[in-house]
Design a binder for this molecule. Structure first.
Ligand code: HEC
Ligand code: HEC
Ligand code: HEC
Ligand code: HEC
Ligand code: HEC
Length: 471
């Protein structure tokens, strides 16, 4: 059959013409138009995105989500238009029987080839852009900035922490498809919360769905690392003495598995090495701990309880891991007094100005209502306090030193306080050590001499257990 065959060519003509006609309905044209525009935008967006030119996360969302979705929408309109015009298509000489594809026909071949090429191009582009979108969803910029207000405290703290280069998903999402799906489902719920403004302020902690440390922390930090003793220095000033600090050096028995003696000892004894500690929290915050069970590598079990029978709790048992001590490995918020003292020690707060420690504490505890207001008023407020305390002459003479000190306080405020999220000094406390013991945080939740076995052995608070007596 040649193309010149009059019957076939009339049929062919009407076949293609009719399909084309259905494209040319307003709906079909809109479909083609939308597809073309978003195709071009997707290509440009992808180039800009991979070249790292898209810095703003909202712009990134548009380039890697909105553009390809727009393209898909346009593409879908085309078959819809053809479908809606199907009656017209068969109104002329074309019959349903004549609507066959004939590979011997050059025009048919061309149309099919065009269709295949366009499909491959569209699918490749769509796949590339969506995988870029998927990758982008794993970046801290997405997690931290998209839910702008809700995640701002955690994002900011993460950015200035030792884990700044570790993506949120490394700690918050377990590996594999299970972890991914779980995260996306709770992500959708959270997104709904963020969109409707219906979420907790501050974001509650501990995180109920945090994967076990074996799947996160231990991917990078081996349990087998031996630390031995490490020295930590604590520098404290007082309002009475802001020039000479009290310095405490403590040697922490961090331990782990000693590679020479192969014994497991010290603070890192709890985590791994065949030792298993399970405990039953008495409240959601885990600030009160009930029964504690220790299973050693040789299978021996020790049960520590408070009171003769232990306390009842309906909360699920928890297996102790790294995050029961390292609950703030990356969202590290400062302690108010420690931050001011660090300012004095580094002389960013000028220690020679009388009363500056107390005034700093006052300014940092003032309720500004918003971060913007705090940023614009902290330096002025410090000056006002200093004028009252030391007189206008003194304040004028030391204007620069007071302004510099104020600048440090302003930064300290912006790193720690989010009024809109109800995050302030002490909202998120650390479990390391016992500085927050009164609030129920830290080692003394178990090491309180009250958790005891039937034979009267306690989880000890003997100072020498964890560190040498402070010098
Ligand atoms: C090094 C591991 C790690 C990384 C990286 C990390 N987090 Fe966390 N995150 C934690 C731990 C541990 C907690 C506290 C868990 C607990 O107490 O149960 C936490 C808690 C949170 C909380 C609950 C509120 C709070 O402060 O306790 C939010 C929200 C959060 N993270 C968001 C993020 C975001 C957003 C990022 C990325 C910008 C991120 N996290 C990166 C480990 C991490
Ligand atoms: C993707 C790898 C990775 C993951 C996951 C990870 N860390 Fe880290 N962690 C690091 C790196 C890198 C450092 C910095 C090491 C350095 O500079 O010495 C670090 C540092 C630390 C430090 C020392 C901080 C300091 O003040 O110097 C602690 C403690 C720590 N990580 C605990 C954790 C805990 C707990 C988790 C799980 C919640 C975790 N890490 C998850 C890579 C990781
Ligand atoms: C019983 C509490 C506890 C547990 C459990 C624990 N740690 Fe620690 N870890 C500490 C303390 C205390 C320090 C000392 C640093 C400090 O005081 O800030 C420390 C320090 C570290 C450091 C930094 C050491 C340095 O040189 O500064 C790393 C890294 C670390 N831990 C990782 C882990 C990992 C990974 C796990 C889980 C396998 C874990 N820790 C479990 C209490 C604990
Ligand atoms: C969930 C309860 C719990 C918490 C929280 C806890 N511990 Fe322990 N710790 C135990 C138990 C149980 C033992 C073992 C007691 C025994 O068998 O005599 C222990 C033993 C120890 C030992 C001795 C290990 C050895 O044999 O050399 C050290 C050191 C220690 N803990 C330090 C800490 C430090 C530091 C913290 C806080 C950062 C802390 N613990 C938090 C339950 C806890
Ligand atoms: C269960 C382990 C443990 C026991 C028991 C313990 N400490 Fe500590 N202590 C720690 C850890 C861990 C730190 C480091 C905290 C940090 O890194 O912020 C610390 C820090 C300190 C500091 C410096 C922190 C500060 O803000 O001053 C002092 C002082 C101190 N301990 C005194 C004591 C005394 C006194 C005792 C005995 C009653 C004792 N500790 C018992 C684990 C323990």
């Amino acid at each position: 059959m040649s193309e010149k065959d009059p019957v076939v060519s009339a049929e062919t003509h009407s076949w293609w013409e009719q399909v084309k006609a259905s494209f040319k309905t307003p709906l079909g044209m809109i479909g083609v138009g939308i597809t073309t525009v978003f195709f071009v935008l997707s290509v440009l967006g992808l180039i800009a995105h991979t070249a790292g030119m898209v810095k703003n996360p909202y712009a990134a969302i548009i380039t890697v989500f909105l553009f390809p979705v727009g393209m898909l929408f346009g593409l879908l309109l085309i078959p819809v238009a053809v479908f809606m015009g199907r009656r017209k298509m068969f109104a002329g000489s074309l019959t349903k029987e004549g609507f066959t594809i004939n590979l011997g026909n050059a025009l048919h071949r061309k149309v099919i080839l065009l269709f295949l090429v366009l499909t491959v191009v569209n699918i490749s582009l769509f796949a590339t852009v969506t995988s870029e979108g998927y990758r982008f969803m794993d970046t801290p910029a997405f997690c931290g900035l998209v839910c702008h207000t809700a995640m701002a405290p955690e994002y900011t703290a993460h950015e200035r922490s030792p884990h700044a280069n570790v993506a949120c998903v490394e700690c918050h999402i377990g590996p594999g498809i299970g972890g991914f799906l779980k995260a996306k489902f709770s992500g959708l719920r959270q997104l709904k919360g963020v969109l409707t403004g219906d979420y907790n302020r501050p974001v509650p902690t501990p995180v109920a769905e945090l994967p076990p440390a074996a799947l996160t922390c231990e991917k990078c930090h081996s349990q087998e690392k031996y630390f031995g003793d490490i020295k930590k220095t604590f520098v404290k000033f007082s309002n009475e003495n802001q020039e000479k600090p009290e310095i405490q050096n403590i040697m922490l028995h961090l331990g782990g598995r000693d590679p020479v003696t192969d014994s497991i000892k010290g603070i890192h004894w709890h985590a791994g090495h065949g030792i298993r500690i399970d405990y039953q929290p008495l409240n959601d915050k885990r600030t009160k701990i009930g029964t504690v069970k220790v299973t050693r590598a040789d299978g021996t079990l020790k049960v520590f309880m408070t009171g003769a029978k232990g306390q009842d709790s309906t909360l699920p048992w928890r297996r102790m891991d790294c995050t029961d001590c390292h609950n703030r490995p990356t969202h590290i918020f400062d302690d108010l007094a420690a931050k001011v003292d660090a300012g004095l020690a580094s002389k960013k707060i000028h220690p020679e100005i009388p009363g500056i420690r107390q005034d700093s504490l006052t300014v940092l505890q003032k309720r500004y209502g918003s971060r913007e207001k705090a940023a614009s008023e902290i330096v002025r407020d410090l000056k006002t306090l200093q004028e009252k305390r030391n007189g206008a002459d003194f304040a004028a003479k030391n204007d620069k030193a007071i302004a510099d000190s104020g600048a440090f306080l302003q930064q300290a405020y912006l790193e720690n306080i989010w009024p809109a999220m109800k995050v302030t000094w002490g909202t998120y406390k650390s479990q390391i050590g016992h500085q927050q013991a009164e609030a129920g945080y830290g080692c003394f939740r178990c090491h309180d001499e009250e958790h005891a076995t039937k034979s009267g052995e306690t989880i000890t608070q003997d100072c020498g257990l964890c560190h040498k007596e402070p010098e």
